[in-house]
Design a protein around this ligand. Structure first.
Ligand code: 5AD
Length: 358
């Protein structure tokens, strides 16, 4: 049976809902839609944090260029290839190459790394390297990159401008960039932080509607976690909204957004994020998986780099360095009544609800 489409008012009501019994209906609905669309498989994406250099000065993020307390690193091609081989040997279908917005990542160097991963492993390659030029994105797509992740964070232009200062006077338009990524043939992912100061319930409802309008293939959402070496996390910068309008940065709110993302983009791949697990180390990942998510991202970044990729403090990353940990992860997934995903686990575009006849 066709479900009635979720309206903006419907989204807003769920965001404000506090009755646990009624919320149970949202969790059940999101879980049912997840099961009927993407099934019970939990896909594991191996996360490789290839560089923590960043030219940006985002008010919330520990990798911001003005954070001089953070030692910087950039992994070599050999180091990245070793991680990719690990991912393949663990049976993962995808690696996610993530970094700050790092001008030191040269277009051709990156293209070469992508070509090697595609030639030497069966892995799908997801890039998450920030805002890059159309030319870079085209070259990397031609080199074989399959997917690109770029969170738009907020569609509230005024809030975006405040938390994400323009570079060389030019304000970016990430929503436009996402459309461009799609037109280049990437599977396209986006998302946001839940509960960033200045985020209102109304604004968040708009953002979730936009997930649906963009027909995203992947949606990553996690709670905002204050970082003491950032203007927003240190209290040096305050963004005031009426307290009853401010979205809280809680596990519950983040779960609501995961569930609503599943309802507006039924076929999307949705991770249960590291940020969610950071706020609730015991239950976070499981809660996300039971409330709409179908992806986990074990961290393959070698030490000590992993500790230096400090977007926020005390990251609750999934550690799969030992065979025992890998077995534990498998046990946790099967205990939820789920299976381990096999293959690259891409978006099944043919089944897209909105696919236009041409
Ligand atoms: N808390 C939670 N998530 C954060 N990110 C950046 N800083 C924080 C923070 N303090 C998220 C952003 C970014 C992604 C790489 O990490 O959404 O897109």
């Amino acid at each position: 049976m066709q479900r009635p489409r979720l309206t903006r008012e419907g989204i807003l009501r769920w965001l404000r809902e506090s009755d646990e019994a009624r919320l149970e209906a949202l969790w059940n609905e999101a879980d049912a839609v997840r099961r009927n669309t993407v099934g019970d498989a939990v896909h594991l994406r191996g996360l490789i944090e290839i560089s923590n250099y960043c030219v940006r000065a985002c008010a919330y993020c520990g990798l911001r260029a003005p954070n001089h307390a953070l030692p910087r690193y950039r992994m070599s091609e050999t180091e990245i290839m070793a991680c990719a081989e690990k991912a393949a040997s663990y049976g993962y279908g995808t690696v996610v190459l993530q970094s700050g917005e790092d001008c030191g990542i040269a277009t051709d160097w990156m293209a070469c790394v992508i070509r090697r991963i595609k030639a030497e492993t069966p892995l799908a390659v997801t890039l998450s390297l920030g805002e890059r030029s159309q030319e870079d994105l085209r070259v990397w797509r031609l080199a074989g990159a399959d997917r690109y992740l770029l969170r738009f964070e907020t569609s509230d232009v005024e809030l975006y401008r405040r938390i994400h200062p323009a570079r060389s006077g030019e304000q970016s338009d990430r929503i436009e960039l996402l459309r461009m990524l799609r037109s280049l043939g990437y599977e396209t992912g986006s998302g946001l932080m839940v509960g960033i100061p200045g985020q209102t319930f109304a604004g968040l409802a708009d953002d979730i509607e936009i997930f649906g309008e963009l027909e995203l293939d992947m949606i990553g959402v996690g709670p905002y976690i204050p970082h003491p070496h950032t203007p927003l996390g240190s209290g040096e910068m305050a963004i005031g909204v009426a307290p009853e309008e401010q979205v809280p940065n809680t596990v519950l709110m983040a779960c609501k957004v995961v569930a609503l993302a599943r309802l507006v983009c039924p076929e999307a791949n949705i991770p249960s994020t590291t940020a969610l697990a950071t706020l609730d180390r015991r239950e976070g990942h499981g809660l996300g998986l039971c409330r709409g998510a179908n992806v986990l991202m074990p961290n393959l970044t070698p030490m000590p780099y992993r500790t230096l990729y400090e977007v926020y403090p005390d990251k609750g990353a999934i550690d799969v360095d030992s065979a025992e940990n890998r077995e534990q992860l498998r046990t946790r997934i099967t205990a939820l009544g789920r299976t381990l995903g096999a293959g690259p686990g891409g978006r099944r575009r043919a089944a897209c609800r909105h696919s236009a006849p041409d």
